[in-house]
Design a binder for this molecule. Sequence first.
Ligand code: OSB
Ligand code: MG
Length: 368
Amino acid sequence: MKVTDVELRRIELPLVAPFRTSFGTETTRDALLVRVLTADAEGWGECVAMESPLYSSEYVDACADVLRRFLVPAVASSDRVTAAGVAPALAPFRGHRMAKAALEMAVLDAELRAQDRSFGDALGAVHERVPCGVSVGIMDSLDELLDAVTGYVEAGYQRIKLKIEPGWDVEPVAAVRDRFGDDLMLQVDANAAYRLSDARHLARLDPYDLLLIEQPLDEEEMLAHADLARHLRTPICLDESITSARAAADAIRLGACQIVNIKPGRVGGYLEARRIHDLCQAHGIPVWCGGMLETGLGRAANVALAALPGFTLPGDTSASDRYFSMDITEPFVLEDGYLTVPRSPGLGVTPVPDRLDAVTTASEWLSW
Ligand code: OSB
Ligand code: MG
């Protein structure tokens, strides 16, 4: 395959409600899309980096820069581009995994469309639909939180994840357990807001039978997570710390986590994400698919990934209307708490031109 043209397109989608985490509040999704053109097909990629480097070191302007200056030229200058060849071609450039993942996703989409194969088929999906959870932001009051959770439970979400931070942890968990009972699948996500010295405080979550606590400590604190695990009954799940299959292997060996959140953008793409799935499956470590407030493009690929056999916990693969009043693709709609894995070639969805144009803030083309 020869890539002839690449578009870097910036869009801005308003969120239906502000989304507050321990690292900040998002009110719009400022995203970067990558479109590759080949002789036979077009492919779309979505870069999951956010506007500011608060979740991880990447941010959307930096992703556009590294794609424009280094990543796109390294791939598009070749006459034989394959999706499997993208990561090796980009390996000399350190880091920038979200930018790399977006380019690989676009190439994979083009390749699969040309072959008439779907993402699910190519990745090894074994389910036609996937069970869905929802990530619930930090709120100003417990009443507001209980109203939000009520809405999601009534919509059919199978698992609730509460964002936590110091000062908003045991009380919201207790309030949600009290209101919805012991059968609700419930977990929390700290986005690295705690220190190992908070171990005794975090152990106060143990009586609430959470599925897991996600990324309590800093991204780089693998050993401290292993230490923390010895103080908690709640299983530890890592998100930010798992930047590659190698990092996942280290975390498992050290006992730093009992569960892994797989986000393709964070680990450099869907092919590395599948390797982490395979590794975790071999070690008996459950995985689930995380989210980064994706549009329908990233959501389509995430839902396909979440249909692999080792994804045994509901993901943050929520319906489009949890994020946006108008998605750029046909929306993903929750049915009985599940989203359906697309079956058409490639991602199985494409941006609706009018909707895409309405939210586009910038576009540039790179040609070979
Ligand atoms: O830590 O999982 C996270 C959103 C943006 C950045 C990081 C995270 C999240 C979420 C929401 O929790 C996941 C989603 O619904 O897309
Ligand atoms: Mg997380």
